[in-house]
Design a protein around this ligand. Structure first.
Ligand SMILES: [Cu+2]
Length: 471
């Protein structure tokens, strides 16, 4: 019944394997009241049934895509048998709708419905449970708000939603990490840092003793699938694609590799940046990138891979024209992917920077912790008056990198290891081991806003504080 109003590209997008993630035109959407439900579902992970969570919309798909100007006005239902609450990552709702348990609203009890209504921030964003063990079980989905120019541009929108997955219940993973040596090998690789001859070039430290990948997951997923059975997205020969990549993983940094096709990076965390051409872009947990791909003329299959940092595992999707031969790609790549660093961040320039003004205060936030014992910490809280310009310097005193996320605000990256820049505006910034990264932010609504590491095991073991804004 909707097909009459679907454009060809819209039809192609909607008929792809992840049609739920694709876009429906406004005329089709209007008939369906918006709703989201936290659900349980079963994935087939390389032939084995995996019970995970998900977020279904009112048309049965996953997540939400809104058209320009459309408000975030919907009812959220907790369809689980446990309490949950969702955070609208990248959106700046009134604090009461932000979705952190008890900050200020309690989680939804099973069966509870709650209404939301706020003005959206355009871009590639996502939603997820703010309870770490639930996020580790895939209680997460895309949340995309299109810009007018994205509606009118002749580009097929494709979403690549990344996650990591373990058959071991997350509570057991956390217990193994924090419970001393016993059973540790079940959940941990141990110190993988300086082994494997990795190239640690880039800014900052040389990577000596750096720790990566403290959880050994069983699978790495793109659009809920492993590379053994990847999402194959139909594209036209010579097609033009806007690829929205979301790293929803609990504890995995990825490199997005577009293979033989040049990509133009045009947005990070939903915010436009000066276009940057490349074929490999790092993406820490909770970060997003928009890539424009102009595919070569003629038939073909074009994999877009997500390479696990410091490891050989890969996930990916395949953009394929009709009738193209699709080869099998092994889950393990030949090479160990390098460690993520600040090389990409240092090249990003915001298209819409914050106003230049002096900082009212410049607090330092210390990030610390270790694998043994497994304990992570952050100094704080940071306090500010609404409207103040605050320059927060994240000083990482640990040997792991941390993607730092501030709720309720977008900040601009203004200094990397002592070098000033007019960097990207974003909501999650990666702070490598021993690095110093400064972000500028104008304090918003007077409220308590979460400030935390987006590594779920780090968040669960203490790497969270608050940005406390007073009137
Ligand atoms: Cu962390």
């Amino acid at each position: 019944m909707m097909s009459a109003s679907l454009s060809r590209r819209g039809f192609l997008a909607a008929s792809a394997a992840t049609g739920a993630l694709a876009v429906l035109p406004a005329v089709a959407r209007a008939a369906v009241p918006l709703g989201l439900t936290a659900i349980s579902r079963v994935l087939d992970i390389d032939g084995r049934a995996a019970k995970v969570y998900g977020i279904a919309n009112s048309t049965g798909g996953l997540g939400l895509t809104l058209n320009p100007g459309e408000p975030f006005r919907l009812s959220l239902t907790n369809g689980l048998d446990v309490e949950t609450i969702l955070h609208w990552h990248g959106q700046i709702p009134p604090n009461v709708q932000d979705g952190v348990p008890g900050l200020p609203m309690p989680a939804l009890i099973p069966g509870e419905m709650r209404d939301y209504d706020f003005t959206t921030r355009p871009g590639t964003h996502w939603m997820h449970s703010h309870i770490p063990v639930q996020e580790m079980q895939l209680l997460a989905a895309p949340l995309i708000v299109r810009r007018p120019e994205e509606v009118s541009e002749d580009r097929q929108e494709v979403v690549m939603f990344l996650h990591d997955f373990s058959f071991t219940p997350p509570e057991e993973i956390l217990a193994a990490l924090t419970g001393g040596m016993g059973g540790m090998d079940h959940a941990m690789h141990g110190m993988t840092g300086s082994e494997g001859g990795m190239d640690m070039s880039g800014m900052g430290m040389g990577g000596m003793g750096m720790d990566m990948n403290d959880i050994a997951f069983d699978a790495y997923l793109a659009n809920d699938r492993t590379l053994n059975d990847p999402d194959v997205v139909s594209v036209e020969a010579g097609g033009r694609v806007r690829l929205r990549v979301i790293n929803a993983a609990a504890a995995t940094v990825f490199w997005i590799d577009t293979g033989t096709v040049d990509a133009r990076l045009v947005a990070v965390d939903g915010e436009p940046v000066q276009p940057l051409v490349g074929r490999r872009f790092g993406l820490a947990m909770a970060q997003r990138i928009d890539l424009l791909l102009d595919l070569p003329a003629g038939e073909g299959a074009f994999p877009v891979l997500a390479l696990r940092e410091g490891a050989q595992e890969r996930a990916g999707i395949i953009l394929a024209t009709a009738g193209a031969a699709i080869g099998k790609l092994p889950v393990l790549g030949q090479d160990v992917a390098p460690a993520f660093d600040l090389a990409l961040e240092s090249q990003l320039v915001a298209l819409h920077p914050l106003l230049v003004r002096p900082a009212d205060q410049a607090p330092m936030v210390m990030l610390s912790g270790s694998m043994m014992p497994y304990q992570w910490a952050i100094s704080g809280p940071v306090t500010a008056k609404s409207g103040e310009r605050v320059e927060i310097m994240f000083h990482n005193m640990s040997m792991m990198g941390h993607p730092m996320h501030l709720h309720g605000h977008a900040f601009q990256v203004v200094n990397l290891n002592g070098r000033a820049l007019a960097g990207a505006v974003r909501d999650t910034v990666y702070v490598p081991p021993m690095a110093m990264v400064t972000v500028a932010v104008d304090a918003g609504e007077a409220a308590r806003w979460m400030l935390h590491c987006h590594h779920m095991a780090h968040l669960a073991t203490g790497m969270m504080t608050e940005f406390q804004v007073s009137a």
